[in-house]
Design a protein around this ligand. Structure first.
Ligand code: GTP
Ligand code: MG
Length: 362
């Protein structure tokens, strides 16, 4: 019997276990297009009843996809830039012809000049040893940048794989390009399944376009060190940036605490003068200000939906015009003073210092 695949998530179709990926009741196996029960329920009820793809399985699928493809579109989430570029994923892609599609630019504050962001992205990629790479700023939600991206992928050969960490918008970017390529009478066909939960796509799924081009979706590479991956999927949905970036500006002196309740705290232990910290998030949580005296209340004793198993403490220096990024959560940016900060993070979460994404650049 020919193996069949779910068109939404790429899972192998099976009629044995409703609690596993790719389940379609036997009586519905002849339906076209074929969509598994999990995708159907994500699309219609917004619920993922099975949960995210396992890291090992997604890695195997990405490796298989990479050996099939002639070129790669690496989708990066601008709101969680560093977490979108795990070393191992970059190593796997190796020297395949690649376009970096930096997605979710619609979440930037409206007045942000995109030309500056393009320069910022190129410099950051340079820091990762990725120089002379092709960068396209896009938004799968508004369609920004898609005419250019659609032209650029012409140079990637006939088999193009969309790769990236979970939830960056691979399926969304692919869906928009399919719509541009296929459009017309085929619009009603099943689309790649898109959801706010990380780990939706579970296998490589291929889409044939006119002219012989094949675009393929892939499951997300599961990165290390994101706060959003340490919490339950319903709460992860809250933490993942989905609305325009908001910032809160706090005058900060020694003894102040800027925090996201139950998730992280940034204590000022040193300051060169009257400085400011700007806290950024694009999600359902926000930065608040308190004092070091209340740190325990806000972090250890906070009984929120996220039960942090243990805390880690990192002491950093942050100069004006630098961001301290807490992976999968948000960042604080220093203005007007040099700070010594003690950062409290859930165990295993990555902290990165970088030149500021938002605001005047040096
Ligand atoms: N604001 C905004 N949200 C986006 C954009 N692109 C995707 N999203 C949202 O990001 C979430 C994840 O999108 P998907 O396309 O499912 O992401 P994915 O990378 O395929 O995710 P996995 O299959 O889980 O690895 C969904 O809630 C999308 O609506 C974008 O350009 N802007
Ligand atoms: Mg997907």
């Amino acid at each position: 019997m020919v193996q069949q695949y779910c068109q939404g998530c790429g899972a192998h179709i099976q009629s044995i276990n409703p609690e596993d990926y790719g389940f379609v009741p036997e009586a519905q196996l002849n339906r076209r297009p074929l969509l598994c029960q999990r995708c159907f329920r994500i699309n219609h009820y917004g619920r993922d009843e099975i949960g995210p793809v396992q890291a090992q399985n997604s890695l195997a699928a990405i490796e298989a996809g990479l050996s099939w493809c002639t070129g790669v579109v690496l989708v990066v989430d601008l709101m969680d830039f560093e977490a979108s570029l795990p070393r191992e994923l970059l190593r796997l892609i190796g020297d395949k012809e690649t376009i970096f599609a930096v997605n979710k630019v619609d979440l930037l504050p409206e007045q942000t000049p995109l030309r500056e962001i393009q320069g910022w992205v190129e410099k950051r990629l340079n820091d990762y040893g990725l120089s002379q790479v092709q960068v396209s700023l896009v938004s799968a939600v508004t369609g920004y940048g898609f005419p250019t991206l659609a032209d650029e992928i012409e140079n990637l050969g006939a088999h193009i794989l969309f790769v990236g960490v979970t939830n960056v918008g691979k399926s969304s970017v692919l869906e928009r390009l399919l719509h541009m390529r296929i459009g017309g009478g085929q619009r009603g066909r099943v689309k790649p399944t898109i959801s706010p939960y990380p780990g939706t796509t579970v296998q490589v799924s291929r889409w044939q376009c006119p002219g012989g081009l094949i675009l393929a979706d892939s499951p997300g590479y599961v990165p290390q060190g994101r706060v959003s991956d340490l919490v339950g999927i319903e709460y992860a949905r809250e933490l993942i940036p989905h609305r325009q970036l908001s910032s809160h500006l706090y005058p900060v002196q020694v003894g102040d605490l800027v925090h996201i309740p139950g998730l992280c705290g940034v204590e000022c232990v040193e300051s060169s003068g009257a400085g400011l910290l700007l806290g950024f998030t694009g999600s359902g949580v926000q930065w608040h200000k308190s004092t070091s005296k209340h740190r325990k209340k806000w972090l250890d004793q906070y009984h929120g939906p996220c039960q942090v198993k243990g805390w880690e403490e990192r002491t950093i220096k942050l100069a004006p015009g630098q961001d301290a990024v807490i992976s999968g959560l948000g960042w604080v940016s220093a203005r007007k003073a040099n700070f010594g900060l003690r950062v409290h993070l859930p165990q295993g979460v990555h902290l990165t210092i970088r030149p500021n994404l938002i605001g005047r650049k040096k």
